[in-house]
Write a protein that binds this ligand. Structure first.
Ligand code: ATP
Length: 235
């Protein structure tokens, strides 16, 4: 089975600093791969590089089996990859929620009626259908997060890339988010520092450290209290 997304020896430098140092990564159908790691370890840079928003200094990127190295090549595949940005305000730009969520389907050629239908269905599936006519920028942080995700799901992407999906999301909206992502049948690449959330969703995990990705294990064990951990695995 060939990978949906793959990186081979990808290096990215920023302001003279090596952020990704020869990273190898492959995401396969049915996987939910979590990337965890401290602030500044290059997780966002990794996601941006995969969709061609960062120019690597070296290495090879393949999307759906095809080499991508220039904007024209990346642009062909972006509609098949839903990218949830770390900051919802970078993603929402229409006056109302329904316009924001229907923007993606319209952009890939759906009719106005189809786009509206898909948008409302995506909002309903996330349990936020009642937000359709609200003004996007007046939503709470958690509501914005779910609306952004609805906008991606309305496009039926084959891959979801999520940058800190639980940012600003409270427990109730976190449950809606988790249920929606667990119901999603495509592959997922998920950046998060929320280990509890990751452990309920991911099928595999890697840790970003010093510009590299190390295999990790997600498991539970009992301390004075009970919680889940992610540990790096020996290579
Ligand atoms: N536009 C930029 N110009 C220069 N350096 C940058 C730029 N954006 C990010 N960096 C640097 O690149 C490194 C990796 O940043 P990145 O945002 O990918 O990390 P991250 O793991 O996603 O961090 P966080 O968990 O804080 O979101 C950091 O040292 C950051 O300061």
């Amino acid at each position: 089975m060939s990978a949906l997304l793959s990186l081979d020896g990808v290096t990215v430098t920023r302001a003279g600093k090596t952020v990704l140092a020869g990273v190898d990564l492959a995401l396969y159908q049915g996987e939910r791969l979590a990337v965890i790691g401290p602030n500044g370890s290059g997780k966002t840079t990794l996601l941006r590089t995969i969709v061609g928003l960062e120019q690597p200094a070296g290495g090879r990127i393949r999307l759906f089996g095809e080499d991508c190295s220039n904007e024209r090549q990346f642009r062909r595949f972006r509609p098949r990859i839903g990218f949830l940005f770390q900051d919802s305000d970078d993603q929402l730009f229409c006056p109302s929620v329904i316009e924001d969520v229907s923007f993606g389907p319209l952009n890939i050629g759906c009719s106005h009626a189809q786009s509206m239908e898909r948008a409302q269905a995506a909002l309903d599936d996330l349990g936020i259908g009642h937000l359709a006519d609200r003004i996007s920028h007046r939503l709470s942080g958690g509501e914005k997060r779910l609306v952004c995700l609805a906008g991606l799901l309305a496009m039926n992407p084959e891959v979801l890339m999520l940058d800190e999906p639980t940012n600003g999301v409270d427990a109730d909206n976190g449950q809606l988010l988790l249920a929606a992502l667990n119901a999603y049948r495509g592959a997922m690449l998920l950046v998060s520092h929320d280990v509890e959330f990751v452990s309920q969703l991911a099928t595999r995990a890697v840790v970003a450290q010093h510009g590299r990705l190390l295999s990790a294990e997600i498991h539970e064990h009992v301390h004075f209290h009970h919680h889940r951990h992610v540990h790096t695995k020996p290579e």
